[in-house]
Design a protein around this ligand. Structure first.
Ligand code: ASP
Length: 350
């Protein structure tokens, strides 16, 4: 059993981002506010019935975070979680859809792990950081949010890390989950869940920065220059194909040849719906590419597929293991086929 006192403790990790940015004096805004200052600026947080601790972890924009930062964050969070109800991470929104998914792949405990940020910096009218932080803390402290894995709380919505995407450059409701919608909402300080994920996926080893997976988009008239330029220099490739998983016909044999030597994942640049498997039969179609050895990302968008492949390679996964992992993570295979049997640790699983 968890110590009841620990249930109301939430640890906030500050990583920077717009939520912490203030005018620089030489133009524009840059991260400067500490996690302590962020927490102090939230109206209503003192009445939330939560004991807050803060960790100033990084002070950078979202685009400058790397795999080592996320691996270190996971480790720091894991050290806190046996003694907390949950954690909140504040960071730049530009990469929240990525960091949250990486954290979700590593987060094998039942406590909620919540990532949030802001679209409007604190010097702007209607800055959204304080409301997002308050809602994030409420979710992190909520027993209902246990076993959801890593979630993104933004504009009072709760999104699963593996589904969420940043879909707008400026509006406060910038986060959406095209495949399934939000898991729930925060209203009057309470968590309301509309649904839960039907499965979760864990990987034992964290990602490192010495693996290279290229995200290669294709588009009208693509002559393959980008593909040819990267193919020999990376450990794997994710193709952001058009539509349901299609590329120009002349790229199909080139992708097939690469897939003989390294993993090539077929994802859709539409970022909604699944890559198909049995519908189209033209050269460059999903049937053609899968027959040539590409691996389907299914419902995973190209950005998440890149992170999964990267972390699988960091876990020494061979081609068959990568294919099995993608079959599950893509939403197309029995979750029992996930190659790692990582037990969720923590009180709920005792
Ligand atoms: N636009 C970003 C943000 O919302 C900047 C960043 O990702 O740091 O935080």
């Amino acid at each position: 059993m968890s110590n009841p006192e620990s249930l109301s403790r939430v640890v906030v990790f500050g990583l920077g981002g717009t939520i912490a940015m203030t005018p620089t004096g030489s133009g524009g805004v840059a991260p400067s506010l500490t996690a302590e200052q962020l927490v102090a600026a939230v109206p209503g947080l003192n009445d939330a019935g939560v004991k807050l601790d803060v960790v100033q972890f990084r002070q950078i924009p979202g685009a400058s975070l790397n795999f080592a930062d996320i691996a270190a964050l996971h480790e720091a969070v894991a050290a806190e979680l046996p003694h907390a109800a949950g954690v909140v991470v504040t960071q730049g929104t530009d990469t929240i859809e990525e960091t949250s998914y990486l954290l979700d792949l590593l987060h094998d405990r039942p406590e909620p792990m919540v990532v949030t940020g802001a679209m409007r910096n604190p010097s702007m009218a209607g800055a959204d950081g304080p409301a997002n932080l308050l809602a994030a803390v409420q979710v992190a402290a909520s027993p209902q949010a246990r076993k959801l894995g890593c979630v993104v709380v933004f504009a009072d919505e709760i999104h699963a890390a593996r589904r969420v995407r940043k879909t707008h450059t400026t509006r406060c409701a910038a986060f959406e989950s095209p495949n399934g919608g939000p898991l729930g909402w925060v209203s009057e300080g309470h968590v309301h869940l509309a649904n839960r994920l039907s499965f979760r996926t864990f990987l034992p080893a964290p990602p490192t920065d010495d693996v290279r997976v290229a995200l290669v988009p294709t588009a009208l008239g693509d002559d393959g220059t980008v593909l040819d330029a990267v193919a020999d220099h990376v450990d794997g490739i994710v193709v952001a194909a058009v539509g349901a998983g299609h590329v120009p016909a002349h790229l199909a044999p080139r992708l097939g040849a690469i897939a003989e030597h390294k993993p090539v994942i077929l994802a859709s640049r539409t970022c909604g719906g699944t890559v198909l498997a049995e519908t189209y039969g033209f050269p460059g179609s999903e049937r053609d590419l899968l027959a040539r050895g590409l691996i389907s990302a299914g419902f995973l968008d190209p950005v998440k597929a890149r992170l999964l492949l990267h972390t699988l390679i960091c876990n020494q996964a061979d081609r068959d293991t990568i294919a099995s992992a993608f079959a599950v993570a893509s939403g197309h295979a029995d979750p029992a086929l996930w190659p790692w049997a990582v037990q969720m640790s923590g009180a709920d699983n005792a």
